[in-house]
Design a protein around this ligand. Sequence first.
Ligand code: IDP
Ligand code: MG
Length: 141
Amino acid sequence: MAVERTLSIIKPDAVAKNVIGQIYTRFESNGLKIVASRMKWLSQHEAEAFYAVHKERPFFKDLVKYMISGPVQIQVLEGENAIMKNRELMGATDPAKAEKGTIRAEFGKSIEANAVHGSDSPETAATEIAFFFPRMDIYSR
Ligand code: IDP
Ligand code: MG
């Protein structure tokens, strides 16, 4: 296994629920280090660009609207197998189908308002990290 980095976003519903700390604890207690972090209220243009891979999907417009409904907390997580580890901790896209104990099962509201985003491959992780963080703002240790 290799040390990887992945992009994580705590989405507007979870930020509004005041559970940033509880979600950060999940990362930290499962071997993922927060090596960059910022809170940001995305513009429509930013949300559309971030989710550009989904622009043909029927839920795209609503997804963008939801992602700009309030501030999000964005972080780079680093650790062994970080990309898949984070996806495991997140659980399935639909919180109703996510395994018990996962972040989405515990904090997600709906298939759209599902508390967190996580990169799904090394390629998307690299692109998504670069979208939000210049290299100089990422602090490995
Ligand atoms: P993922 O976040 O588990 O990787 P994706 O298929 O990449 O899931 O979808 C991106 C985001 O779009 C989801 O996290 C969710 O917020 C939203 N989404 C996905 N599928 C649906 C749907 O069927 N209806 C509404 N929103 C959806
Ligand atoms: Mg995805």
